[in-house]
Write a protein that binds this ligand. Structure first.
Ligand SMILES: [Fe+2]
Ligand SMILES: [Fe+2]
Length: 210
């Protein structure tokens, strides 16, 4: 399928791209909808570069923040009723909205494709193993054009050269940001970091404190 003319095949979703955008328009603020559309655009560029399925990438990008503006109470109930990791209850919306977005897209729109669900689920904190679609969404969400903070240009350059290196950079950036702010770190964020960044370093660095 050509990127310039994305029409959904209905292999993954029974609604069209326009209808999916309407769903997001009804669930998200204008500001967040614009972010979602920029993530789709950025993700499709990456999909072209790294030869990833455009339709899957478009669906995942447009849906990735679907749960972001749901009330906390509803999110907590879903974590319990959907048998998600109960440890999530000690965190907040940032950690919840990915996994819950995947659950809602599955329950409400019968989205079953594992690559797409994984991309929605993992978009904030990544995972040691990620499908290509998940990698593209994780990176696109971080580098979309309106993002501006220290280090963003490095992330954009890496994304242009090597998707896996971009994932490592983003994972490190996220962890150090959380440490600087003395925020709690959800364990899978550390697993992501270990898998994509701190690979095989253990023996070399034993001169430090432990
Ligand atoms: Fe998000
Ligand atoms: Fe996002």
């Amino acid at each position: 399928m050509k990127k310039s003319k994305i029409e959904y095949s209905q292999n993954f979703l029974f609604i069209s791209r326009d209808e999916l955008i309407k769903v997001m328009e009804n669930s998200l603020s204008k500001r967040r909808l614009k972010h979602v559309l920029r993530v789709e655009k950025t993700a499709l560029k990456l999909a072209e570069k790294y030869d990833v399925d455009y339709e899957k990438v478009s669906i995942a990008a447009l849906s990735h923040d679907y749960a972001k503006e749901r009330p906390d109470e509803e999110m907590r109930d879903l974590i319990i009723s959907e048998n998600l990791d109960l440890e999530m209850l000690q965190y907040g919306n940032n950690i919840w909205h990915g996994p819950i977005g995947a659950v809602l897209m599955k329950n409400e729109y019968h989205l079953e494709d594992e690559d797409i669900l994984e991309a929605i689920n993992y978009h904030t904190i990544g995972s040691p193993k990620m499908s290509l679609v998940a990698k593209v969404i994780y990176v696109a969400d971080f580098i979309e054009p309106k993002r501006s903070f220290k280090g963003i240009e490095i992330a954009r350059e890496l994304a242009d050269k090597d998707l896996d290196e971009a994932i490592g950079y983003i994972s490190s950036h996220t962890i150090s940001h959380l440490i600087k702010r003395k925020n709690k770190i959800y364990p899978r964020a550390i697993e992501t970091y270990n898998a994509w960044v701190a690979t095989g370093k253990e023996e070399n660095d034993d001169s430090f404190i432990y």
